[in-house]
Design a protein around this ligand. Structure first.
Ligand SMILES: NC(=O)c1ccc[n+]([C@@H]2O[C@H](COP(=O)([O-])OP(=O)(O)OC[C@H]3O[C@@H](n4cnc5c(N)ncnc54)[C@H](OP(=O)(O)O)[C@@H]3O)[C@@H](O)[C@H]2O)c1
Length: 337
């Protein structure tokens, strides 16, 4: 991966604003000054929605690839503070004011753009808005989507050629967002990476964490339904980072990739495994953990088994956690005894 010396000082905008329109503290002139600056040198990732994945990817870049600069958005001052403490130039993203100008200024100097805001979180930035502006520095564009766009394939194996069939509102808007960001890339002469992610887990967000919190859940929330026995895809956040970082090295390969592990399994099976892991390590907790009847696992007839062959073959990703089993074990091992 090419590393260049950073010139973050050139990106010297006054971002110390409260973006809440109601506060009226925004100084539009600052945006104009920013636009007039010469573009800084080096690689600059901008993450629209620096959440769980965005933060992990940003940290990997900053820790392992000196010279990269990373900026991004979040929606609360608390998260902004956390992200800044990690070296990420975090900006509060709120939609109440003229966000076309805001986006234009934010993205003007980005060389790499990762879009991670869920489309259902309305209103989300529309690629059409961005089309109005030139983005001369952009060399890599990636949108984080979901395997939900395939819909329920009745347990079939599904690769990137499989016809999409989004049925829920969120899956439909995800697929629309995929198309919009791909069009945006075409407009700029870039091939967009669409990463269809399985259920994301990792440290602090996993079946283990859910089980430990379950005492706070209502009976309704604890109740399982038959879909818990359908095949679902998942992927550890460290492997998502691998796919994204690999794609940055191969920008010409931009297209759709499924990013999932090798082990499609029903949610009920994953939770049963997580429960066993916790029970073995903390026997005193065994009776408090929600019990699932795996006898029903023969009901597996729905959803899909998502293939990751393209990701492995073209992006060269070797999964760190090919199964939820190794992924959960590593999370448990990281817990203090
Ligand atoms: N969870 C899964 O299993 C799963 C599976 C497949 C795909 N995905 C999708 O993959 C992407 C990355 O996942 P993730 O787990 O990293 O997501 P995440 O942690 O929820 O992060 C989403 C980011 O979007 C921001 N955001 C949310 N609503 C917004 C709004 N209305 N306006 C502006 N920003 C907004 C959040 O801001 P804050 O940081 O301030 O909250 C956060 O930075 C997301 O689009 C997610 O929906 C998730």
């Amino acid at each position: 991966m090419e590393m260049k010396a950073a010139a973050w000082g050139d990106w010297n905008w006054n971002w110390n604003w409260n973006w809440n329109w109601a506060s009226r503290r925004l100084n539009p002139n600052s945006l104009l000054v920013a636009s007039a600056c010469a573009p800084p040198q080096g690689n600059r990732l901008f993450v629209l929605g620096t959440g769980f994945v965005g933060r992990h990817v940003s940290q990997r870049l900053l820790q392992e690839h000196p010279g990269w600069q990373v900026a991004g958005t979040c929606t609360s001052p608390g998260k902004q503070k956390q992200l800044r403490s990690l070296g990420i130039e975090a900006h509060l993203f709120q939609f109440q004011f003229d966000y076309e100008k805001y986006l234009e200024a934010l993205l003007r100097d980005a060389t790499h753009l990762l879009i991670s805001i869920p489309p259902a979180a309305a209103p989300a930035p529309a690629p059409a808005t961005l089309l109005h502006h030139a983005h001369p520095n952009l060399r890599w564009l990636s949108y984080l989507s979901s395997t939900s766009v395939y819909g329920d394939c009745r347990g079939a194996w599904v690769d990137e050629h499989y016809p999409v069939n989004p049925t829920t509102d969120s899956a439909i808007s995800r697929y629309q967002a995929e198309k919009a960001w791909t069009d945006f890339g075409l407009h700029l002469g870039l091939s967009t990476f669409i990463f269809r992610l399985g259920g994301i887990y990792g440290p602090g967000r996993s079946a283990l964490d859910t089980l430990l919190k379950q005492r706070d859940l209502s009976e309704n929330q604890k109740r399982r339904d038959s879909r818990d026995f359908y095949y679902t895809a998942r992927v550890h956040v460290a492997d998502i980072c691998q796919a994204i970082l690999s794609s940055i090295e191969k920008p010409h390969l931009g297209k759709t990739y499924n990013v999932v592990d090798d082990d499609p399994a029903p949610r009920a099976e994953v939770f049963a495994y997580a429960r066993d892991l916790i029970s073995r390590r903390y026997p005193e907790m065994a009776n408090n953990l929600n019990h699932l009847n795996l006898g029903d696992a023969q009901m597996i007839i729905g959803e899909k088994r998502v293939s990751n062959l393209r990701m492995k073959n073209e992006l060269g990703v070797q999964l760190i956690y090919p199964s939820y089993k190794s992924g959960l074990q590593s999370i448990l091992d990281s817990w203090p005894s």
